[in-house]
Design a protein around this ligand. Structure first.
Ligand code: OGA
Ligand code: NI
Length: 445
């Protein structure tokens, strides 16, 4: 099986020609300490085929996970600079490492011009803001209603937005607003501590867990204007509270509660997606490993204010590599932009809503009936911004492939099977090239 996948990957990787110098690996959101691939930093030039071939003789059984050894990418290629410290040093121009080529700057796109919605957008997408095009907002209140008509209406709305947008907001989602607020504000407090306190949690590219300021290990890469904290929440075997911040004192407890609530919400959305795709209600959940075994990680992003926001990005364009992302945005500061055609739409967060988006693994499982959507983050000169991204992922050692029920003669399987472990390695080498990662997996059969 891998023998078949390798040439396809290798060929397509070249064809897309992702520039390594652009590699931020911003979406490599859950590298677990269980990889067996020998991925040295300076072997970033190592062909992907080498990595895949390393594993080709290994059965993809669940037990095999245990036998995996560590990835050996142990240090960052250059001294790490905390973006928040840079911002707080009061500099009036940003270092060249953060300056993007002209064509990738926010000011060079239509990003600040929010496009007017079309009639179809109004009709299909529940756009609530009549002056601006915003991503749709769906009210989940009736998800468990006894009234079948109301319940089906929610399913129908979710179906439309999954097919047409890949990005939506949800309200009445069942997670306490107080909990959302306290999670975000405690994380803000964490980032506002003195640097030495945060440095205790400094991360490395071996696992990415902890306090970080870059994604990807390419020497000389253009960097994003953000710091982050990354941790594992699920499966329980990867959850290690000792790696979570001990300050503010209630943060660990709040992370645990928040994770529980958001993972539960993720499970509900996944069930709706399965049903809407015509699959058994638990199909996607089972494909992800089942309730207790899915992967879930939290990345808390901190985007410091920036003296030259037109020259840089808070997070490079990418699609999320995992299953689905449930994002709690900053309630005061916008910054997330979603690609729609040739435009970048700035998301206007709805009060107390989560932003949900489809990741690459659901694109694969649904045989591209649902597609992950490219997004990025812009920064501004007035305010810092905090966001909490919970990545709801498949357990990393399971093969992910299009559901048999969605493969027909007319629509053959668009992707070869691949574990999420493998997928992340691919990203690790190629970086966030918009949607090139998932598109390069398309099988040519
Ligand atoms: C991410 C992401 C968006 C945001 O963490 O993958 O896309 O608004 N974050 O921070
Ligand atoms: Ni993302």
């Amino acid at each position: 099986m891998w023998g078949r996948t390798v040439p396809i990957l290798a060929k397509k990787t070249k064809a897309y020609g992702c520039s390594r110098a652009q590699n931020h690996d911003s979406t490599d959101n859950s590298i677990e300490p269980t990889h067996e691939v020998d991925l040295h930093i300076d072997s970033a030039a190592l062909p992907l085929t080498h990595i895949i071939l390393c594993r080709q003789n290994q059965p993809n059984s669940l037990q095999n996970t245990k036998q995996k050894t560590m990835a050996t990418c142990q240090a960052w290629p250059e001294p790490v600079v905390r973006v928040q410290s840079l911002a707080e040093s009061g500099l009036s121009s940003i270092p060249s490492r953060y300056i993007r080529p002209q064509s990738q700057r926010p000011s060079n796109t239509t990003s600040f011009v929010t496009p007017k919605p079309s009639q179809t957008d109004y009709d299909n997408a529940y756009v609530h803001d009549h002056d601006h095009l915003n991503i749709p907002v769906i009210d989940l209140e009736h998800l468990f209603s006894k009234d079948q008509v109301l319940r089906e209406k929610v399913f129908q709305q979710v179906s439309v937005v999954c097919k047409e947008w890949g990005f939506f907001q949800v309200v009445n989602h069942g997670v306490s607003h107080e909990l959302m607020k306290s999670a975000r504000e405690l994380w803000r407090e964490f980032f506002n501590q003195p640097l030495e306190m945060k440095e205790e949690y400094a991360n490395s590219p071996t696992t990415y867990e902890g306090y970080g300021s870059r994604l990807g290990v390419q020497k000389g890469a253009t960097l994003d204007w953000s710091d982050y904290f990354f941790l594992h929440y699920m499966p329980p075997s990867l959850r290690n509270q000792a790696k979570w911040p001990a300050f503010p004192p209630s943060l660990r407890k709040v992370i645990a509660e928040y994770g529980e609530g958001v993972v539960k919400l993720g499970g509900r959305i996944l069930k709706m997606m399965s049903t809407n795709l015509g699959l058994k209600e638990d199909y996607l959940l089972n494909a992800f490993g089942g309730e207790g075994e899915i992967g879930a990680c939290l990345r808390v992003n901190f985007y410091p204010k920036c003296p030259q926001p037109d020259l840089t990005l808070g997070l490079s364009p990418h699609s999320d590599p995992g299953g689905m992302t449930i994002l709690l945005p900053d309630d005061f500061v916008s910054g997330l932009q979603v690609r729609r055609g040739d435009e970048w739409i700035t998301v206007k967060p709805h009060p107390n809503a989560f932003i949900v988006n489809i990741g690459d693994q659901i694109q694969v499982l649904s045989n591209a009936i649902y597609k992950s959507v490219e997004h990025r983050v812009i920064v501004n000169s007035n305010q810092d911004r905090v966001s909490l991204a919970l990545f709801y992922n498949p357990r990393s050692d399971l093969l992910i492939e299009p559901a048999k029920e969605l493969v027909t003669k007319e629509r053959p399987a668009l992707y070869s099977p691949m574990t999420y472990d493998e997928y992340r390695l691919y990203i690790r080498l190629n970086g966030p090239c918009g949607k090139a990662q998932v598109e390069s997996l398309a099988s040519q059969t």
